[in-house]
Design a protein around this ligand. Sequence first.
Ligand code: TEU
Ligand code: CA
Length: 547
Amino acid sequence: MQGAEWWREAVAYQIYPRSFQDSNGDGIGDIPGIIARLDYLNDGTERSLGIDAIWLSPTFPSPMKDFGYDVSDYLDVHPDFGTLADMDRLIAECHGRGIRLLLDYVPNHTSDMHPWFIESRSSRTAPKRDWYVWRDAKPDGSPPNNWLAVFGGPAWEFDTATGQYYLHSFLKEQPDLNWRNPGVVAAMHDVLRFWLARGIDGFRIDVMGMVLKHPDYPDNPPNPNWRSGDEDRFRQLTTNNVNHPDVFDAVRGIRAVLDEFGGMAVGEVFGNGEQLRRFYGSDALDGLQLAFDFRLIREHEGPYAPWDADYLRRVVEDSSRNLPAGAQPCYALDNHDRFRLASRLNHDGLGQQRARAAVLLLLGLRGTPFLYYGAEIGMVDVDIPEDRLQDPARFHYQGRDPERTPMQWDASAGRGFTTGEPWLPYGPIEINVEAQRSDPDSMLSLHRRAIWRRKELSVLRWGSYRLLDSPAPVFAFERATAGERPVVVAVNTSTAPMTLELPGSGTVLVATHMEMEGRRTGGSIELPPLAAAWVQVETLPSGILRQ
Ligand code: TEU
Ligand code: CA
């Protein structure tokens, strides 16, 4: 895949480095391990998965309080993962296979062990004091405002040595940087330059929408919709600390640095279509190239997303109506912060079936799809015994460990992941790459067929999106582009069979139910319960004929 806008055609794959492949038997995944598995990801043939880009969760030196999202040096590699030389080799090995590499950029906070923070907290007059957000206590000694940390409790920690509070939007070991200080902005821009100059293609940006807060740090209002059982931090609205208008200036500043090198970024941002559009830079498109739309994972500021055609339709329609012209959506079904899809949708034991349909939805939508490692084999959440829990952020039962367990390569004792003791326990042994590789009906094979079809048919990468009329439990849309036969993507979220009228007769390209593939359809298609299919129709779309 060539060209500056390679990310428009790419299928991206998130690797959680601790859990992908261990190369030295310490039970922790590492960079040499990732290199050893690159051919699985893309060896240029349809035997491999066929992904085009990798996003690596943080690999920087870190005390690992938040497993790398607490960075103590942005310009190096944590010894658990390898060395800078290993990273250079990973860049070269990726590029040799046509794979782009994105690192995780964490601009909102550092580790409390970062030299910048150590200096900042050393005295009120330290040159870097203002690199973090320090405020006096209220007269009664309480924190400067009522903000809650994402992981629960107040967002302020009192520092006895200097008698002030510092802001931490996450753990107290993750103090927030002060992006209103020009020194911080310059240093953090240089971090981008350091990696871009080494050959990194771009970044996933951690909580982009929190980098700048309301300059006066006022209280947040209470959330009238909070119900007991919800995460603690949802007790209040995020009016003054998330998606503040000043964030979009920081976004443009980052984009200007990316443009020096032809780099790109995808923002971890939270919002509906109207809020997402601003991260792209609105109509000027001078913001991030991509902004995650997480609404296929979770309703915006709500519970996990239901597998329901009506809900899916509303999300995709909202995005297609609100993103600026020329902006490309960016969906994911899973990541390292959320329960895995196959488990989320498993209330009736049919989670794996829904997960299969979700693959064809994600890869059929207009946008840049991000897959989470292990989803391609249907990995599930793993129940972690109390004494093996690792994630300190217990905002939900068991924290985020269940979705971070080692990649299951084969059915051996170490799952092909390690020869040692894995940092987290394994999932069910039957879910593994080896078992699925040669089974044409497996989840892995379904992913491969869908990804390689997408590469073959430009309409699936570049085609427009148009909602089709359908029965309520079917989400159906058409992808169309001039001169190519359109593809209909149909997803039946009901446990009953459904019939969908098609814009013309066609051929089933890929389907959750393999026996459907290659079948000729008349003017309609029968969709089995929970099925999804891509159908290439013969007629050119009417809109294109009129052109
Ligand atoms: O996550 C930001 C974030 O707010 C959430 O995804 C959060 O983990 C979840 O909503 C809690 O309910 C990013 C990273 O993806 C996450 O792993 C880090 O822990 C966090 O930032 C801090 O860097
Ligand atoms: Ca290792």
